[in-house]
Structures are given as structure tokens and as C-alpha cells.
Ligand binder design. Sequence first.
Ligand code: TXA
Ligand code: MG
Length: 370
Amino acid sequence: MTRVVRVDDRVPREERRRALAEAGRRLRAGELVAFPTETVYGLGADATNPAAVRRIFAAKGRPADNPLIVHIEQVERLREVAATIPGPALELAGLFWPGPLTLVLPRRDTICPEVSAGLPTVAVRCPEHPVARELIAFADRPVAAPSANLSGRPSPTRAEHVLRDLGGRIPLLLDGGPCRVGVESTVLDLTSRPPVLLRPGGVTLEELRSVLGRVDLDPGVLGEPHSGPVRSPGMKYRHYAPAAPAWLVEGTPPAVARKVFQLVKEWAGAGERVGLLISEETAQQLGELLSADLPGGGGTLQVEVVGPRDHPEEYARRLFALLRRLDEAGASRILMEGVPPVGMGLAVANRLRRAAGHQVIKAEPGGAPE
Ligand code: TXA
Ligand code: MG
């Protein structure tokens, strides 16, 4: 049984405090607690307790070679986690903490090796969500927390997503309502020169470059997963993935609409139930096309409109929830519209590519549908 406790801001302060104090005690006792952050829900354990950390891997079905992020409540406690703290780390922490930025630094041995999957480094961030901060303060130690989903599934942005994946596998879930950012934190490796962006997220590459000057992009961010050694082990797995096979369709809205229409007709005719995740602009273009009869009738199509194309923040906030919804609607094939990889669009493009297992369809502009 998983106990769900509401801790959103409609819950009276005292009641919330009591719930978080108890959750903090449970973390100290080596138990797992799922909790909201501003990015996605996390599955927390005491980062100094190897048995507790191993419970995270077991509950998620996470491969043991994929390291976890350690969460602290204030910058001052970074010294308890990192063996050395380079100047840029303090500068970035000053600018972006609390917030969706994770820094990879040399690991201190107070953090157990299981957290880092044996690596000499540790990934650390200071989350902004008040529930996360109060919980970590009550735990009074660094908290290791990956996203609170089953390994490989889209990250949870609502408590109900956590319950669906981990219900019965964890004792306690703190429900703080929907997450504001919707995609995970940016992971920046500060142990190499120049720093390397391992995972785009809530803090943009442009923002990091404006502070640090040069920041390299790990080739895995938009390309195929590497075959050689990986710097961020999490990058090598198919991830954020809906159960149905998915494809990414890239191009302008009219081109995407034409391509999607052609594929929907073809697949619906073959008895597939097609799920679409598209922008408002493309939905408008498609509106006219889809008013034409589809083989198999309306039951062959489930359309989710994410938002306007030039609002990658909105895409980010809704992406994972909509992927889950397409699964629940029984889609057997999914088509997702790509976004330009600029600003928050880079994080969205990265998650979409990985959800699609790097299957990309280019929609060519103009001319007759191919
Ligand atoms: O927003 C977030 O970061 C959320 C919330 C809960 O804080 N957490 C999260 O954790 O996304 P997780 O475990 O799902 O992703 C951790 C990522 C993985 O890609 C992992 O490979 C990378 O961080 N990572 C962790 N430790 C690392 C290290 N020492 N070196 C390189 N990459 C590391
Ligand atoms: Mg994850």
C-alpha cells in the first residue's frame, strides 16, 4: 500500500508541516518518500545510506549503472556532497539555485558510491519547490532522488503519475499538485573544461553560456545514443517513452500536417489507433484535412494539442502528461511534432527524440504529399 498525503498550498500550514516532519523522519529511517519538485516528482532516499539508496533502484527497476541526483536544501550544504567546489559552481548556484540546474562535481565520500553508480563524481541540485525544500530540511541530510517513474517511462509531473507507476512499491507519496517546469533539471558537468551540458532542462543552454562563455553540448543530447563510453549513463537508455512505438515529425506546421495526415490515413486504414501530439498551429492545419473521412471512423485517432509552437515552456509543462494520456487512450502508434531546439525547446526536443527512440520523419515543405 502506498499512502498519499496532500501537501499542496491549500493544506493548512501546520498540517503540512506535520506531514513533512514525519516524511523527513521516514527518510532518516531509510525509507523511500516520493515528493514534488518544480521539475518533476522525485523518489527520495537518504543519500548517505546505501541500503536506502538501493531501495530506489529496486522500486524503479532502474539499471544499477545509472547514477542519481542528490538534492540539498541550501547552497551552504554543498560541501557535504562535493569534495571540491570550483568557482563556476558557486557562481551558477548563486544565479540559478534554488532551481532546475544540476551540477556534476567530484563526489565526497559521505555520499555513498551507490548514488553515483560507482563514479567518482556526484550530481547535485537545490530544488526550488517549497515542499521539496521543507522535506529535505526535515530530513537534515542530502536526499538522492531520481524521477519517481518506473525506469524508461515518462517522468511524473503529477502525483497520480507516480501512483500509477509506483503504487504499492513505495510507502509514502507527498501530493503537491502539478509540477511547474514539467521536464527534468539541466545537468551540467563541471568536472571537465569547458563544462559539458549532459541533459538540457529547466535552465537553458543560452543562460549557461551567458554566464560561463563556452559550454559544450554532449553529442547524445540531440544525436543517436553513443556506442562508446558515456559521460551521463542515463543518456544511453530509451527513455521518457510511451508504451506504443512513437515517431517524431519535423518540419513547418503545413508540412507536418500533410505528413501526419498521410500517415494517419495509411495507419488507420491498417487498423492502428493513432495518437497525435501536435501544436496548435498544426492542429489548425490538420483540422481541415481531418474533416475528410478517416478509414475506421473517429475511433482510430486520439489528438492531443500541446500548445502554440513558439511556447516551448508550455510544451515542456504538458509533454509527459500527454504522452501518458496517449498510452491510456490505447494508441498503438504515436506521432509527435518536433519543436525548434532553442531555449527550452532544446529540452523538449531532447525528450521527444528519446521518447521516439530517435525515429525521426522529416516533413518536406511544399509539393504533393510524398
Ligand atoms: O529534475 C530533476 O533532475 C529530477 C528531480 C526529481 O530533481 N530528477 C531526475 O533524476 O531527473 P533522474 O535520476 O531521473 O536523472 C538523473 C540524470 C541521469 O541522466 C543521470 O545519468 C545523470 O543525471 N547523472 C546523475 N549523476 C551523474 C554523474 N555523477 N555524472 C553524470 N551524469 C549523472
Ligand atoms: Mg528519470
